[in-house]
Structure formats: C-alpha cells, structure tokens
Design a protein around this ligand. Structure first.
Ligand code: UFG
Length: 331
C-alpha cells in the first residue's frame, strides 16, 4: 500500500483525512508540532512530533519513511490573527512550506497535495467563483497561501513534480461518531462559536455586519462538511498516483448560507435560544464566497455525501458536547 506523509495530521482537517486514509489502508505518518493539533486526534498510523522549521528532522523522517506522496495541512489559519501578525503567517505558512518543498524535492517525492483556501480569491468579481478567477487575497493569511501556490506552479516546471492544490471554502462539521472534530484553543469560526454559545461558554453570539448587500444583510458562505473534504483529498491522491497532472480545485458545495441562516440552524439543532447581538463588520470579510465546484466533480468525480447544513451543524454539536475544558474530548 502507498505511503503518505501528512503534515498537520493532528489538526482539525488533517485528522479527518488521516482517518479516511487509514480506513482505506494507506500507510501514514503524521508530522505535527502539536501547536494546535492533538495526539488523540490521530486515529491511524504513527505520529512524529516535529516542526517544519526543523529541516534535519524532516530529512530523517523522509529518509526512513520514504513516502510516495505528501499531504500538507500544517498552517496557521486565522484571518484576523494574520492581519495583526502577518510575519507569523509568512513564517508558518510560506517559509515552512518552502522548507518542506526543499525536503520533498531533495528526496525526489513527486506527489504533493496542498491545503489552500478560498481566501486566495479575496473579494471575487463573480460568484460562484471559478478556479481561474484572479488571485487577489485581501489578508495576509490568503497571501501566505497564494505565494505557496506560486511556488508549486514554478516547481512543477523544473522537476517531475506534480501537485494538487485544494482551495477550501468554509469547512465545518465533525466525525459522524464524534471521535474527532474542531478543538482549537481559540475558536473564531461561526458554527463553532454559535455552538459554544449554545453550550454556555459565551454570553452571546455577535453577528459581524448586517448591512451587506445580501438578502438578509449578513455574509454568505459555502459550508462544506469535513468528511466530504477528506474524500476530495483521497481522490486527489489517487489521481496523482495514477499519473494525473498538476491542478487546482475548489472544494465547496456551490451554494451558500447567510450568517443568520447558520445561527437559526444552530438554535434548531441545539434547541437552545442563545442571545444574538449585532456588531460592526469584521475586517477582511468578503460579502459572498461560494465555490463553483464543477471542476472537481467532473475531473476527480467527487460526489459529496453531506451537503446538508443540518447534518454539518449536528455533527459539530455532537462533537462540541464531548469536548472538555482543555480542548480534549471527555472519554
Ligand atoms: N461570523 C460572525 N460571528 C462570529 C464568527 C463569524 O458573524 O462570531 C461571520 C463572519 O463575519 C463571516 C462568517 O460568519 O461572515 C463566516 O466566518 P468564519 O470565521 O466562520 O469563516 P471565514 O469565512 O471568515 O473564513 C473561513 C476560514 C478561512 C477560509 C475562508 C474561506 O476560516 O480559513 O473560510 O471561505 F479562508
């Protein structure tokens, strides 16, 4: 069976991909510094605690494990934090990916899957946004990922190297058996924040901006279940291993929900009528971000199973209820 090295495999999205890879029989090594990931989240394969800044350790792990492919999730992911600390994002997301790519290149690994983001589009001129829309990020998080996409494009022309870049829209939900899910120290994402408010961790949920030019005045996003996203990674991996060419794919369902619609769903699923306030717009928020996902459906034959906001929120809620104070699940 093929061997896959997964950076950030102890994190939210990475751990769901490790779970899916494991279920399908791949050999896996997770490489993670556990700065925001968790040992308990790695359900299959070995975990090596290591940082992408540590090139010697990376070299050793690549030497010993000799992966057929690399999936790269490890990154900082908060838009607001990236505005306050841009260099941290260029360090963690761009410079560390350069280290990883140098190692990948030195060891002759030719298959690479990259976690990119819809944030590379900035405020798209047209929605649903297609992959060939201009890359015009409006925050350092999006820029730090767009630079990596450029490195990957350049690398493929100089080597036998092939990559798939998956541009995630709003990833949410959790494992159907609530074994793993989002467990950040600080949660800023809408669904998690709403559920933590329902749980009583916050007094109220703030809606950031109610004067957007959308039907109910709040921002619209394309929420995708993390297990459908994990499946997209498996398809991308198979495609590369079977000799497919480098490519870039949007990962979203192709339709969106407003903040108010998500909040209503969170109230319905939790049966809690938590307090909702209205606040200023959050800096760097595009009004509408929805994927045109026809390319991944056509080329990789991606068939999402969980395109259902209620299921997304319900799995996130089942997980949230298991989550203890130290961001670890109660056993
Ligand atoms: N929101 C609120 N209140 C909150 C939290 C969020 O109103 O307490 C709003 C935001 O303003 C935004 C929407 O809910 O309009 C979604 O916000 P999230 O923080 O959940 O997600 P973002 O759309 O900002 O960003 C996410 C990921 C990024 C990724 C982007 C791509 O965090 O990494 O989706 O669509 F780039």
């Amino acid at each position: 069976m093929k061997r896959v090295l997964v950076t950030g495999g102890a994190g939210y999205i990475g751990s769901h991909v490790v779970k899916t890879l494991g279920e399908k029989g791949y050999e896996i090594i997770t490489y993670d510094n556990l700065s925001s990931g968790h040992e308990w989240a790695v359900l299959h394969g070995r975990l090596i605690k290591g940082d992408l800044a540590d090139k010697d350790l990376l070299d050793k792990v690549f030497e010993e494990f000799a992966p057929d492919a690399v999936m790269h999730f490890a990154a900082s992911i908060q838009v607001g934090e990236s505005v306050r600390e841009p260099l941290l994002y260029y360090r963690n997301n761009t410079a560390n990916t350069l280290n990883l790519l140098e190692t990948v290149s030195r060891h002759g690994i030719n298959n690479f899957i990259f976690s990119s983001t819809a944030a590379v589009y900035g405020i798209p001129g047209r929605v649903p946004v297609e992959e060939d829309a201009p890359l015009a990020p409006i925050n350092p998080y999006g820029s730090s990922k767009a630079v990596v996409e450029q490195m990957l494009r350049d690398l493929q022309f100089s080597k036998n190297f092939k990559y798939i870049s998956l541009r995630y829209f709003n990833v949410a939900g959790a494992d159907r058996d609530a074994r793993i899910g989002q467990a950040y120290k600080e949660s800023t994402h809408l669904i998690t924040r709403a559920l933590k408010t329902a749980k009583g961790e916050f007094q109220k949920l703030q809606i950031f901006g109610t004067d957007y030019s959308t039907p109910d005045g709040t921002c619209i996003r394309d929420y995708i279940h993390v297990d459908d996203l994990a499946e997209a990674h498996i398809l991308a991996l198979r495609y590369l291993l079977e000799g497919g060419d480098s490519d870039v794919f949007n990962c979203g369902y192709g339709h969106g929900y407003s903040v108010r619609e998500v909040v209503d769903m969170a109230k319905r699923v939790t049966a809690k009528d938590f307090i909702v306030g209205e606040a200023q717009r959050r800096e760097g928020d595009p009004p509408i971000l929805v994927a045109d996902s026809s390319k991944i459906k056509q080329k990789l034959n991606w068939r999402p199973q969980y395109d259902d906001l209620q299921y997304i929120v319900k799995t996130a809620w089942e997980w949230e209820k298991r989550l203890g104070p130290g961001s670890a699940p109660f056993s």
